[in-house]
Design a protein around this ligand. Structure first.
Ligand SMILES: [Zn+2]
Length: 300
């Protein structure tokens, strides 16, 4: 098994760039002008990981419009502003963002909803993600459109408590209160993970090194997200790393073929879920078989 970890820290000055594959890594076309691709978006990792001339404009537009800008602004926008990740638009730092609070009844249902906007430095720190079981291909499930797993949030208890107490004091509501400062749509989040993993694996291994499994998911032609996008069931401890994204590529030899996978963890310092994405498949090599047998001997 080959694994390699690459960490992307937006504060690093040096960047890693991969040479152009000569065609779009999503649709395969080589007859359109190609643009540089940020494997991890600029808004998370600056210019630290670039795949040169690797996507065509139509594919870049689908990615941006259908999921990437939603994930970066609606899901991670308030968090990014607080964490100080890069932005091309300085106004983004102070742009007011939506906050919603709701007094809840004894059954946990909202009695009313209050919405307003606030600058990010006054919004409680909340990081959203999605906790997933192993990808269907890894677990031997048949392909399905079912959405698996559940939402996950890392919240600053102290900041949220201050907010909720102020809300209770103003409204006189004595029961529980719901607070929402960001939204995650699993389908868009899965496509975002798929796109990152796909670009990284092709950059590392080469365009022709394996059969690509993810372009249909990335470009919106397939909804079998959880067949390819999965994760580790446990939540890791927060660590003291400064990186915004940790990517690891590996190959996993099975009985009849070898799967190419990418492990992704965003903001490991907050102990967020670890995602595993099956990116591709290729024929078993002698080397894969030998590595698999060594692995089996160790675990036996
Ligand atoms: Zn394309």
């Amino acid at each position: 098994m080959r694994t390699e970890t690459v960490n992307f820290d937006y504060s690093r000055r040096e960047s890693k760039s991969y040479p152009s594959p000569g065609r779009c890594i999503y649709c395969g076309r080589s007859d359109l002008p190609l643009e540089d691709e940020h494997i991890v978006p600029f808004a998370l990792a600056g210019d630290t990981i670039i795949f040169e001339k690797a996507s065509c404009r139509p594919c870049a537009e689908i990615i941006n419009r259908e999921f990437e800008s939603y994930c970066l602004s609606t899901t991670l926008g308030a968090f990014r502003a607080r964490a100080g990740t890069p932005t091309r638009n300085k106004k983004d730092r102070t742009k007011e963002r939506p906050v919603r609070m709701a007094p809840l009844n004894d059954d946990g249902e909202a009695i009313d909803v209050y919405s307003w906007t606030m600058p990010p430095n006054q919004i409680p720190l909340v990081l959203l993600s999605w906790l997933l079981p192993a990808a269907g291909m890894f677990a031997g499930r048949t392909a399905s459109e079912e959405i698996l797993g559940e939402g996950w949030a890392r919240v600053s208890e102290e900041e949220t408590a201050a907010y909720i107490n102020a809300f209770k004091a103003i409204t006189g509501h004595a029961g529980n209160v719901g607070l929402s400062v960001a939204k995650l749509e699993p389908e868009r989040y899965f496509r975002f993970l798929a796109k990152t993993a796909h670009a990284f694996a092709i950059a590392e291994f080469g365009f022709d090194a394996f059969e690509h499994l993810l372009p249909d998911v990335i470009l919106g032609q397939s909804k079998c997200y959880c067949h390819y996008v999965g994760g580790e069931p446990h939540i890791p401890e927060p660590n003291d790393s400064e990186v915004s994204c940790r990517l690891e590529v590996g190959v996993f030899a099975g009985e009849s073929d070898t799967l190419v996978g990418v492990r992704i963890q965003l903001f490991p310092m907050y102990g967020s879920p670890i995602h595993h994405v099956v990116v591709g498949k290729r024929a078993l090599t002698e080397e894969d078989i030998a590595a698999r047998d060594r692995q089996n001997a160790i675990s036996a």
